[in-house]
Ligand binder design. Structure first.
Ligand code: FES
Ligand code: FES
Length: 151
């Protein structure tokens, strides 16, 4: 079984021996202790596991460690500078978005990626976000994205 040298949240990390087909989500959560990305479906649909790879939002349940060797993996833990909050996280607090919270790391990572590519997203742009929230926080997510865009 191979080991992998990864860059997770700006820190070099080496995995233990891991079967090559292990989803990156499990590598992050179970082997490296990075538990912000959540397991919802495991098949690329719910997007609770959304992280950034080289700044792009991706579903890490659909990748393996080999897929991200030589790339920058950013999870919710590494979104903001140490000790601070990313503007999206601040907006999330001000709009009191979270309910149970399970989907929220993925929602925030998706929103942060959207704002990077579209600093003033339209409603149609926000509608393109496919992250599932079983608590139905979608209205507050929309408000928070707009608040973050304004700041
Ligand atoms: S757990 Fe990755 S998309 Fe659902
Ligand atoms: S806040 Fe509960 S699933 Fe989204």
């Amino acid at each position: 079984m191979p080991v992998y040298n990864l860059n997770v949240n700006g820190v070099p990390r080496t995995t233990p021996d891991v079967p090559a087909d292990t989803p990156l989500l499990w590598v992050l959560r179970d082997l490296l202790g990075v538990t912000g990305p959540k397991y919802g479906c495991g098949v690329g649909v719910c997007r609770a596991c959304t992280c950034h790879v080289n700044g792009q939002a991706v579903q890490v349940c659909m990748l393996t460690a080999a897929d991200v060797v030589g790339k920058r993996v950013t999870t919710i833990e590494g979104l903001a500078p140490e000790g601070g909050l990313h503007p999206v996280q601040q907006a999330w607090i001000e709009e009191d978005v979270a309910q149970c919270g399970f989907c929220q790391p993925g929602q925030i990572m998706q929103a942060a990626a959207l704002l990077k590519s579209k600093p003033s997203p339209s409603d149609a742009d926000i509608d393109q976000i496919m992250n599932v929230c079983r608590c139905g926080t979608y209205c507050r997510i929309r408000k928070a994205i707009k608040r973050a865009a304004a700041t």
